[in-house]
Design a protein around this ligand. Structure first.
Ligand SMILES: Cc1cc2nc3c(=O)[nH]c(=O)nc-3n(C[C@H](O)[C@H](O)[C@H](O)COP(=O)(O)OP(=O)(O)OC[C@H]3O[C@@H](n4cnc5c(N)ncnc54)[C@H](O)[C@@H]3O)c2cc1C
Length: 423
């Protein structure tokens, strides 16, 4: 770039690419600094390399999935750039999209690389320039403009600085939490970063033995050991050789991570958790009880798995028996009344002990980051720091699986880009 940049964007991820295109299209000389050798690495890895780029939910319903504080903050962004407009934008960039179950939206090609390439092409065509392998190590305010220090000691300046270096999950994609230290040095409030959308760890052998079993219609709740309800989710759950995965488990993992972080901060003993799965969500307790009684009375009384109409994998039935103190798959007629009661409770709430999450390495997003009260929800400008904008995953925002996190990255980037360009 021959002339000095008017806008510097730090981080060429989903949010940075979007914001760079907005600024450059508005005629601002825009320079994007990216630490790794390429743009949008996380986009490439997303959605099993299919990229669930947004949601089919209406904007306010989507915002609600970010919790009370997140919803309040995102309302403006999601109504300014609703999910349908994100789809329209990609359509205009030559990437048609299609809906999938659980309110997901993917590129029709099912190729994340098409999404990444479209974002990059859009920013480049608009005139944004890129420098790769260019790690920012600090940012400062000096004489009314923003200064960016690079790893090799070079210093760049611009009147507007857009920070989108992401969080600290999946560090191999370039996101090592660099932005937190910069903001801390600038005196901003941070919420402790914890892994979110991570698989859950269980040390119970019987859980590992169920590895490979998926409960598609799992109604799950997470409690701490005192029985306090931490969250509920109705999404598929997958048993793994280390614990639980799938959207139902990953969506609730942030509560486990927060509980562990809070205990560590207070110097308390490491807490544990229960993840309870209703294995028969479409049947109430009474109906289940009657079904077992009917089966017991049938000539040639069937075994339990058959008595449940063969709807549940045998290994899951055995796990419920184990919890109820019964032998595996007993004859329906051999089940006593107290055992039946315990069995119904186990089927309506198979209790999986949870010791933690699999951490930042396997977390799809980072919860925590720049506290939302530090930022204007209309412009993403940091309060009291004119010309500094923070957006994307560096903010204290995390949504569930389903395209919500890209929606948040794009919508906050749109506001930041527009505000920075018009300043
Ligand atoms: C495996 C996986 C699958 C996912 N799938 C989905 C999905 O299907 N749908 C969905 O909505 N969300 C998904 N997510 C989450 C989504 O990828 C993120 O929420 C989103 O990428 C955040 O965008 P961002 O631009 O804020 O950060 P990022 O996309 O992480 O981009 C940050 C960029 O900043 C760069 N950077 C970092 N530090 C510096 C520095 N010091 N100097 C210069 N550059 C720097 C990084 O290299 C990176 O390129 C997934 C995440 C993972 C890990």
């Amino acid at each position: 770039m021959s002339a000095a940049p008017e806008v510097i964007v730090v981080g060429a991820g989903a949010a940075g690419l979007w914001a760079a295109a907005v600024c450059a299209r508005a005629g601002r000389r825009t320079l994007v600094l990216e630490k790794t050798p390429r743009a949008g690495t996380k986009v490439l890895a997303s959605g099993g390399s299919r990229c669930n780029l947004t949601t089919s939910l209406p904007p306010l319903e989507a915002a609600r999935l970010f919790g009370t504080k997140g919803e309040r903050f995102l309302r403006r962004a999601f109504t300014s750039l609703p999910p349908i407009a994100v789809r329209g934008h990609f359509e205009a960039l030559g990437v048609p999209t299609e809906e999938a179950p659980l309110d997901k939206v993917f590129p029709s090609s099912q190729r994340a690389v098409d999404v990444r390439d479209a974002l990059l092409r859009d920013a480049r065509d608009a005139g944004a320039e890129f420098r790769y392998e260019c790690a920012v190590v600090d940012v400062r305010e000096e004489g009314g403009s923003w200064t960016v220090e690079l790893a090799d000691g070079e210093v760049l300046r611009a009147p507007r600085l857009l920070l989108s270096p992401g969080g600290m999950s999946y560090a191999r994609t370039g996101t090592t939490g660099d932005g937190y230290a910069w903001l801390e040095r600038l005196g901003c409030d941070l919420v402790e970063p914890v892994p979110a959308l991570a698989p859950l760890a269980s040390d119970a052998e019987w859980v590992h033995e169920l590895s490979g079993i998926a409960v598609q219609d799992a109604h799950a709740k997470l409690t701490d050991t005192s029985g306090k309800l931490l969250g509920r989710r109705e999404r598929p759950v997958l048993f793994t050789h280390r614990g639980l995965s799938g959207p139902g488990a990953m969506d609730l993992s942030v509560h486990v991570a927060r509980g562990l972080a809070e205990a560590a901060r207070k110097g308390l003993a490491r807490p544990s958790f229960w993840f309870s799965i209703d294995l028969c969500p479409s049947v109430d307790r009474d109906t289940l009880r009657r079904r077992l009684i009917d089966a017991a009375g049938r000539p040639g009384s069937p075994r339990l798995a058959r008595a449940l109409d063969g709807e549940l994998p045998r290994r899951l039935v055995d796990a419920a028996c184990r919890q109820a103190g019964l032998e595996p798959n007993p004859l329906a007629a051999s089940i006593t009344k107290p055992q039946r009661h315990a069995l119904v409770e186990a089927l309506k709430g198979l209790d999986v002990p949870i010791t933690g999450t699999l951490g930042f390495d396997l977390a799809e997003v980072t919860a925590g980051g720049l506290a939302l009260h530090e930022v204007s929800p209309a412009t993403m400008e940091v309060r009291g720091k004119p010309g500094l904008y923070v957006f994307g995953e560096l903010l204290d925002l995390d949504g569930p699986i389903g395209g919500l996190n890209f929606q948040s990255a794009f919508a906050t980037a749109e506001l930041a880009g527009k505000a920075a360009a018009s300043r």
